[in-house]
Design a protein around this ligand. Structure first.
Ligand code: GLA
Ligand code: ZN
Length: 682
């Protein structure tokens, strides 16, 4: 079964905006979509103004026509609630709906994703519209899911938000003394005596723009972290209001909203708990490498404990809002679609079906281009993939991606690391995580991305790069895991603070000191261009960014620094703890180091690659009750040869391949292989 309601095949389609066109075009669109094997449309994403012309009038006549037409053409619908952009009249009559920027500027009407999450007007009218839609369309049996709003994000610093922040704080801390303790307000004498002395941390209060780096910085990390949490919760409340309104009339239909991968502003791991399934929009820039995109998929799959997701949007070809609208090369869209499936997607959808003629997305690719015919390269490629997915049907649905390695990803830690005043402006959480993820990816070792809530038990190896913030109690979870035989890895600048960004005194890495068997006395943050070096297994690798200077307290050194006054002291260590081991990688190195070191770690912990492949060819597995499926994805523009390590059957053409047989992947080519027990596809 797919994430979508009762679907037993993989759906294929995308955002469709017929409200921008006349009826004659709709009929033609239906014909073209059928030709491209499209079977789902996401409707009604940005129609609030036409659905509700004033406070009390709702007019669904045109949407009715569209809904009927789509149903008559046998298509499924992911129905959006339209609350991603508010109507102009609402902004004029109820200005509380407009957001305030962090410099205090009140916005006017314009743009989208533009409503203040604590605005009484937004909180009244958005769920009301969602409820009216659910009531009105509840009998349409072709609706497979609800799509609330669109790409939630941003932040607001208005007075309503400030009031709500104080309420949020009161609920969290109970007393003002506890707020003072948590923020260490004794520093600079910022002690609060009353709740209404607390103002939002913005550019008018605790924040400032760093002129050297161009980064926004804070003088009090505690309150800034809480604001991030509060803003994420405020926007989540808006989602939940619509969710509850929808469920009153269509309790069985799943409800989602389209996420934006590693979007820093919202704690998606918390959000996923309120969503019936995760869906997300994949718009990599030309600079994003395939391993990075794989990471995004895994992050999204991991939000709610490794459940399949829907790829809600991707561009059939160009993404015009990026710096350069570079064409997706022939085969690239197909390759990226199968990469999504390999990592857990149960549906593939595009933005958009028909290219609009005005405003800022008129040069964004679409299934149907401005020329209006099926006679385009992009349309043909969309059609070919549609044919294949139709053949594949439900084969991969609900497929797990079996992984024995987990990487911890934590939004609170992300915010904390990057709000930190020192030790280095070069510390970027995503980069630190990607160092490890990319090495595992290059070795074809599948990885689950987990949150601090998830169990560590299923994994042989758990890696928590740059675990600066250790939430109280998490150290016990890690210790239990290692005690019972787990392998834990962490890196420089870890174990420093608790969830309030208050330092754990008594020696770094704080509550992880005993587990790791090291004491980090100092940390050397190297500026751009400066390097130390480490020697590991007889080979010298660079050490840069951060060099932790540590003392062994039971751990053993695996690599030492080579230069400077700390030459000969440990850089990478391992500590036996209970039945398991805890590793500390006290510096940052290069790709070769991470790959070499992790290859050995995997070998020692019994984790083997899915399949050996040449560089640039990804191997990934999905597994469900029907079988085990191997995806081979050639991300290069050249032919590549793979020697199969098991016998397989080609899921698209039925050919069988023997163990040790060589197969050739064309440029950007894909092989979908099943074990021979797989019956193949009809
Ligand atoms: C986002 C939005 C869509 C559209 C696309 C264009 O993902 O959700 O409405 O703007 O970007 O790439
Ligand atoms: Zn606000």
């Amino acid at each position: 079964m797919s994430c979508y309601y009762k679907e037993t095949k993989m759906l294929y389609g995308g955002d469709y905006n017929p409200e921008q066109w006349g009826r004659e075009v709709w009929e033609e669109d239906m014909r073209l979509m059928a030709q491209a094997h499209i079977n789902i449309v996401t409707l009604n994403v940005f129609s609030w103004a036409s659905l509700q012309p004033d406070e009390d009038t709702y007019d669904f006549a045109r949407l009715d026509e569209i809904m009927q037409l789509v149903r008559a053409n046998g298509m499924k619908v992911c129905l959006a609630t339209s609350t991603g952009a508010h109507p102009a009249w609402m902004a004029k009559r109820h200005p509380d709906i407009l957001r305030t920027e962090k410099d205090g500027r009140k916005r006017k009407f314009g743009g989208r994703h533009n409503s203040c999450p604590n605005s009484p007007t937004y909180r009244k009218y958005a769920p009301r519209l969602a409820q009216k839609l659910a009531e009105h369309y509840r009998d349409y049996d072709n609706i497979v899911a609800w799509h609330v709003s669109n790409e939630y994000g941003g932040a607001c610093y208005c007075d309503e938000c400030q009031k709500a922040f104080r309420v949020w704080l009161k609920k969290k801390y109970g007393t003002i003394e506890e707020v003072n303790r948590s923020y260490n307000t004794a520093f600079w004498g910022h002690t609060f005596y009353d709740w209404d002395e607390i103002v939002l941390p913005d550019l008018q209060s605790e924040h400032f723009m760093d002129e050297v780096t161009g980064m926004e910085r804070t003088m009090f990390q505690g309150i800034s972290l809480d604001y991030m949490r509060f803003n994420s919760d405020s926007i989540l409340d808006c989602f939940r209001l619509e969710y509850d309104a929808i469920k009153k009339f269509t309790p069985d239909l799943p409800v989602t909203t389209n996420l934006m991968t590693a979007y820093k502003g919202l704690d998606y791991q918390k959000w996923a708990k309120s969503m019936d399934f995760v869906s997300w929009d994949n718009y990599p820039s030309a600079a994003d490498s395939p391993d990075q995109i794989a990471f995004y998929h895994d992050l999204m799959r991991g939000l709610d404990g490794q459940k399949p997701f829907v790829l809600m949007e991707q561009a059939p070809s160009v993404t015009n809002w990026q710096q350069f609208a570079k064409l997706k090369r022939p085969g690239e869209m197909r390759l990226m679609s199968y990469q999504a499936v390999a990592h857990g997607a149960d549906a593939i959808q595009f933005f958009q079906i028909r290219r609009s003629i005005g405003a800022c997305e008129k040069y964004h690719s679409a299934v149907i281009d401005h020329v209006g015919t099926a006679d385009t390269r992009v349309f043909r490629e969309v059609t070919k993939l549609g044919e294949e997915l139709e053949k594949i049907g439900g084969l991969f649905l609900d497929g797990k991606t079996p992984a024995k390695t987990a990487i911890l990803f934590d939004w609170d830690n992300w915010w904390a690391v990057e709000y930190s005043s020192g030790p280095s402006v070069r510390l970027k959480y995503l980069d630190a995580v990607l160092d490890y993820y990319k090495a595992a990816y290059a070795l074809n070792v599948p990885v689950d991305i987990i949150s601090t809530d998830h169990s560590l038990e299923p994994y042989q190896v758990v890696i928590a790069p740059l675990l600066y913030m250790v939430k109280r109690g998490y150290e016990e979870k890690l210790k239990d895991y290692v005690r019972q035989g787990g392998n834990f890895v962490t890196s420089y600048f870890s174990g420093i603070v608790d969830e309030h960004d208050l330092v754990d005194c008594g020696g770094y890495p704080g509550r992880l000191r005993e587990l790791l068997g090291v004491w980090v006395e100092e940390s050397d943050a190297l500026p751009f261009g400066e390097q130390n070096a480490i020697t590991y297994s007889g080979t010298r690798y660079p050490a840069d960014l951060m060099c932790d200077l540590m003392h062994l307290e039971g751990a053993q050194a695996l690599a030492n620094y080579e230069e400077d006054f700390y030459a000969g002291t440990p850089a990478v260590t391992v500590n036996k703890y209970g039945l398991g081991k805890a590793y500390y990688v006290g510096t940052h190195s290069d790709e070769m180091f991470y790959q070499t070191w992790m290859r050995e770690l995997f070998a020692q912990t019994g984790i083997s690659p899915i399949q050996h492949t040449p560089a640039g060819v990804e191997a990934a597995v999905r597994e469900n009750a029907g079988g085990r499926y191997l995806f081979l994805l050639n991300h290069t523009a050249e032919e590549k040869t793979v020697v199969l390590e098991e016998s397989y059957k080609d899921l698209l053409n039925g050919r069988t391949y023997a163990k040790q047989e060589e197969i050739v992947l064309e440029a950007r080519g894909v092989y979908l292989l099943g074990g021979c027990k797989v019956q193949g596809i009809k």
